[in-house]
Ligand binder design. Structure first.
Ligand code: PMP
Length: 354
């Protein structure tokens, strides 16, 4: 550890985003990317932008993109913040809206980025355990002193979904702090809380183009909320980097929002494959938690998950295993194409027979 590091950096646990191995011919089912390519219209828009205009700085406000997001969600551009992936949007939310004297409440089994940002910004984490079925229980958040609340919906890595009525109930009871709903996976079976932002000025909904819009490599995320919350995020953003999105990202993201048919078709394919995969895994003896995301969380009562993950890796299939209390016997498996799911199922059948 370098003697030149600040105390803040010494205290940080770096977030290692799922492994990104540099091997060919992998069946890569570990980081919840979309198995289908981006919209052809997005690719055309990126190619068209990749010319002389790259000499020039991008629009610092990404107005075209904010307008496209606003149209898509039936809100106003003043209710939209855009960032370099939803990770950046979340980071700004932690600093701008979630750092207060009281602890920030979030589930014990959830997106591993939250504790990392608590460490970075000196926010006290208020860990709320999931229930016995690995679900978020809203009653555990109501009535607890807090400086903010954040959770993914659907949750990651469990995939479980809270109905919108439960989020509404939380907001009715929790009016004095910001509630962030991280909807990275909502398009695969959830109902977005963006429809609630006009009613609840303390609600911030964060989404990404990395999953349902197949643009993880472009790094675009956004938040929707009351203009007052958005203004706080803009202030933080401008203090770090006034150009969070480059020209290619803006062009590609706008076109992706304009190609709704492609987006819906991709989501439908992933959901159909998920249903098929869940059934087949159950047939192999796995217990699979109900998932509304583009991944499933499953365990085999007789097999060690770490060993299963290693055996799959020997066959060039990568799934995610977490060495974390309560969930060390689970595997998180991204929904791939049907062909990738079949390769996985075939390998698991062989491993379990062996
Ligand atoms: N939130 C959750 C719950 C996630 O799983 C992820 C992706 N790992 C993100 C946010 C960040 O996604 P991105 O930065 O690609 O938008």
């Amino acid at each position: 550890m370098s003697r030149f590091w600040s105390d803040v950096v010494r205290g940080l646990t770096p977030y290692v985003p799922g492994e990104q191995p540099k091997l060919a011919n992998l069946v890569k089912l570990n980081t919840n990317e979309n198995p289908y390519g981006p919209s052809p219209r997005a690719l055309e828009a990126i190619a068209a932008e990749a010319g002389d205009s790259l000499r020039l700085y991008p629009d610092p406000n990404a107005d075209r993109l904010k307008a496209a997001i606003a149209v898509h969600h039936g809100i106003t551009p003043a209710q939209v913040f855009v960032g370099n992936g939803s990770d950046e949007v979340l980071a700004h939310a932690f600093m701008a809206l979630l750092k207060h004297d009281a602890p920030l409440l979030f589930p014990d089994i959830s997106y591993s980025f939250y504790p990392v940002y608590c460490g970075l910004y000196g926010i006290e984490p208020g860990i709320v355990p999931l229930d016995d079925h690995f679900r978020i229980r809203i009653d555990d958040y109501i009535g607890r002193a807090n400086g903010g609340i954040i959770f993914p919906n659907p949750n990651a890595p469990t995939g479980s979904l809270l109905p919108l009525s439960e989020i509404e109930r939380l907001l009715e009871h929790n009016t004095n702090s910001v509630v962030v709903v991280d909807e990275a996976y909502v398009d695969f079976g959830g109902e977005s809380a963006i429809s609630l932002i006009d009613r609840f000025p303390n609600l911030l909904v964060v989404q990404t183009l990395s999953k349902s819009r197949s643009l993880a490599g472009l790094r675009v995320g956004f938040a929707a909320g009351h203009p007052d919350l958005i203004e706080a995020l803009e202030r933080v953003k401008n203090s770090f980097n006034s150009y969070p999105l480059d020209r290619l990202a803006i062009a590609g993201a706008v076109a992706a929002f304009e190609d709704d048919a492609y987006f819906r078709a991709c989501c439908d394919k992933v959901v159909a494959s998920r249903t098929r995969l869940v059934g087949a895994l159950a047939g192999l003896g796995f217990e699979v938690l109900p998932s509304a995301a583009n991944f499933i969380f499953a365990r085999h009562p007789q097999r060690d998950a770490a060993q299963l993950a290693a055996q799959l890796r020997e066959r060039s299939i990568i799934v995610r295993h977490f060495r974390q209390p309560r969930i060390e016997q689970f595997l998180r498996i991204t929904i791939g194409t049907d062909a990738q799911c079949d390769t996985l199922l075939q390998a698991l059948a062989e491993i379990l027979a062996g």
